[in-house]
Each structure stands twice: as structure tokens, then as C-alpha cells.
Design a binder for this molecule. Sequence first.
Ligand code: SIN
Ligand code: FE2
Length: 217
Amino acid sequence: MSTTDLFDDLPATVSRETLAPGAMRLHAFAREGDATLLQAIEEVIAQAPFRHLVTPGGYTMSVGMSNCGELGWVSDCSGYRYDALDPLSGQPWPAMPACFADLARRAAAQAGFEGFRPDACLINRYEPGARLSLHQDRDEKDLSAPIVSVSLGLPAVFLFGTGRRSDKPQRYRLAHGNVVVWGGPARLAYHGVAPLADGEHPLLGRHRINLTFRQAG
Ligand code: SIN
Ligand code: FE2
């Protein structure tokens, strides 16, 4: 069962919800400053556009992806990996905007993970119908650092399970501004996103954008 608590050191509108041991949702954590985040996303995407990656199994992902930071997550027919260069341009990924790194660090600390220093930010863009099948984030070198996931735009149903693929995942509706942090005993939890329902968001129209921060290298 999830519990919701209010904490003195959070703005009154931000509550912290435990999803599982090691996994927390910070409601509305990224709501304040969302326009700054979206502006920064546009600047990154101008340099490293969204693209639909192909999985090693030959399937084209429905989610559009890009990255910023020292390392970017990429997939192609040879496998999944982190790469310092954008394979589209052959150039380093755009630098991680200061407002991204700061948000991720503060969110991790609120969830009990002090000293989070992300070197990779995967930017996912969902259109209605786009989905992400259940997977573990396990391409990172140091699994002691958490994952910080920021939801913007249209709401999505987030599937969050355990470290066993066969366990039925819980379903959470992630709204604009929600931040989910998972680490420690939840670090290898299977997770995914159900097909995005159509809708219109005041800032993002018919899209959801998710920022996933990692200490990958
Ligand atoms: C991911 O697992 O990389 C992204 C999850 C999400 O879009 O919420
Ligand atoms: Fe993931």
C-alpha cells in the first residue's frame, strides 16, 4: 500500500508518496519552474532531435528519444549502451542544463538519496498510443545511485513492479510535475508506460515528455 506524507521541508503542495521500499513519488515537485524546464528541453532538442531508436530485436520504439549530459542512452541492432556521442550527429550530446541537474539532485535528496550527480538524461517524448514495455534500467555502471524520472505534459499510466518480471506491476497515474525516484531495494524494479491516452495539455499539447536522470558512467 502507498502512504502519503507531508514534510516540513517541502512546499505545502508537494507530498511524498512511497510506492515501494526505495521508490517514491514527489507530487508536483517539477511543477514550479516547468516553463524553464520546457525551454531548456527545446534548446537540447534543437541540437539533438527526437528519434525513434531500433531495439536489438529489430523493433522500432514508439517513444521518441534524445539525451543530454556526458552520456546518452542509445539502442541499435547491436544492443543497448551509453555513448558520449550522438550517433545522429557524431557530436557529443548537448550539455545537461543546470536546471535539470539541480532538479534531479534535489528530488533524489528528498527521496533519501543524497549526493546524486547525474551524468545522463534521457528525454522521452510520447504521442498518443506510444508506450514503453516493461524493463529494468541496468545499463548503468553503479547501481547504488537511484533513477530520477520527471513527468511533464499529458498524464501516463506508469507500471511499476518488483525485481521479478513475473510479478504483476502496480499502476500509477503520473501527472505533469510528478517526480518518481527509485533506488536501493527498488533499483532494479521492472517498469514501463502503458499506451498514452490522447488528450490536450496546456503546455505540451498532445504530448508527454519524461526526463530520466541517471548516474550512468
Ligand atoms: C523510462 O523508463 O526510461 C521512462 C519511464 C517514463 O517515461 O515514465
Ligand atoms: Fe526505464
